[in-house]
Write a protein that binds this ligand. Structure first.
Ligand SMILES: Nc1ncnc2c1ncn2[C@@H]1O[C@H](COP(=O)(O)OP(=O)(O)O)[C@@H](O)[C@H]1O
Ligand SMILES: [Mg+2]
Length: 234
């Protein structure tokens, strides 16, 4: 593997990325609910842990307890001390578990950046997952303000020298796609009455990549990408 790149934890995807992701940048994984964004993000997180890195995972939709159950079933070890899971879902029991500090993660994209910076005072993280960013966008009142805030978020993450993976289930993510360094799309197609899953890299700054739609599956052991199998569109 290209030593200047880091693994996503999914060998077939690393092949499509010609070795993996360039570290210290911000990436977006987009796809409809159920396409496998969280699974992909967890592979990325755990590849960091396996590499001896500290990883921060902020969950904004799926409560931490559900995430732990689902991901442990797929064989991920979320108990590793290098892995920090922050539950910023609206239903998190803040009064019991945590102070309003964690609430900041979910307020908006600026507060998210601040909360991450504060988290860095305790420990440096080289990988961060924010899953998903959907709500952070919903809270923005104006698109121009959101654009500015998102750009400033990307810049602060780059200053922190950490690799960030964002997920989104929104159809339209023009602003984000324009400002991040790479975009990976997950899609489920119906081909001849059967569901077929396809993964495609639509943008990757600073590296060549495979731009075909490749087949992937979600199994008991997580996501498998077949970098040699094309998915033909219906
Ligand atoms: N063991 C498994 N075998 C096959 N598919 C699974 C398994 N576990 C979960 N899935 C599928 O994975 C998908 C959920 O993936 P997830 O990463 O949570 O998606 P997203 O975050 O995009 O909503 C669902 O479509 C679910 O049916
Ligand atoms: Mg998810």
């Amino acid at each position: 593997m290209d030593i200047s790149k880091i693994s996503t934890g999914i060998p077939g995807l690393d092949s499509m990325l010609q070795g993996g992701l360039i570290p210290g940048r911000v990436y977006l994984v987009k796809g409809a609910p159920g396409t496998g964004k969280t699974t992909l993000a967890m592979h990325f997180a755990m590849a960091g842990v396996a590499n001896g890195e500290n990883v921060l995972y902020v969950t904004l939709e799926e409560p931490a307890e559900n995430l732990k159950v689902d991901m442990t079933r797929m064989g991920f070890n979320l108990r590793d001390p290098r892995f920090t899971l922050i539950d910023a879902t609206p239903t998190a029991e803040r009064y019991v578990l945590i102070s309003d500090f964690f609430e900041e993660f979910a307020a908006n994209i600026e507060k998210m950046a601040d909360a991450i910076k504060r988290q860095f005072q305790e420990r440096r993280y080289t990988r961060i997952v924010i899953d998903p960013i959907t709500m952070l966008k919903m809270t923005a009142t104006k698109e121009t303000e959101y654009r500015k805030a998102f750009l400033s978020f990307v810049k602060s993450m780059i200053r922190l020298k950490t690799t960030v993976l964002l997920t989104s289930e929104l159809e339209r993510t023009d602003i984000e796609e324009y400002l991040v360094n790479g975009v990976i799309e997950l899609k489920v197609f119906e081909v001849g009455g059967r569901l077929s899953r396809g993964i495609r890299i639509t943008k990757l700054r600073g590296s060549g990549f495979d731009d075909a739609i490749r087949q992937y599956e979600i199994t008991d052991h997580g996501m498998v990408v077949y970098h040699d199998r094309m998915v033909s569109l219906p």
